[in-house]
Design a protein around this ligand. Structure first.
Ligand SMILES: [Zn+2]
Length: 132
């Protein structure tokens, strides 16, 4: 079978992994909406940075959260914040945030970028959630 020549392997791999990940809906049937906001700073102590907000399609999305490093020369395939997001959702949290320093390399040097992320979760009838 011939393979397409211009497939972005990283992206194809990512799609495959997202396909294989459990669905958010299966893990969290009471999750109504989820929004992920990220802001990337050049250094841990710098201000500002590029921010972006993306809603997650909780009805169809896989439980996989990866955010690419904003430095195009960085070799980090992506910040994998999946376990962090899933952990907070398991606790039934509605607003949570955190920092993830990039662990990639830019040439010979460690990447200095830091990803800050804010997650907002909307739950159906939060007051009737049963803790496990
Ligand atoms: Zn990086």
């Amino acid at each position: 079978m011939r393979r397409p020549r211009f497939v972005d392997q990283g992206r194809a791999e990512r799609w495959k992994r997202e396909d294989e990940a459990p669905r958010l809906r299966e893990l969290f049937p009471d999750l109504v909406a989820l929004q992920l906001q990220t802001r990337e700073r050049q250094h841990a102590d710098s201000k500002g940075g590029v921010s972006c907000t993306r809603p997650i399609a909780v009805g169809s999305a896989g439980a996989l959260f990866e955010v690419r490093c904003g430095n195009p020369k960085c070799d980090n395939p992506g910040h994998d914040i999946t376990s962090w997001v899933i952990g907070a959702l398991r606790r039934g949290e509605t607003n949570f945030d955190g920092d993830d320093p990039c662990s990639g390399l830019v040439g010979q040097h460690e990447c200095t970028r830091v990803l800050h992320f804010v997650v907002s979760a909307t739950w159906r009838k939060a007051d009737t959630l049963v803790a496990d």
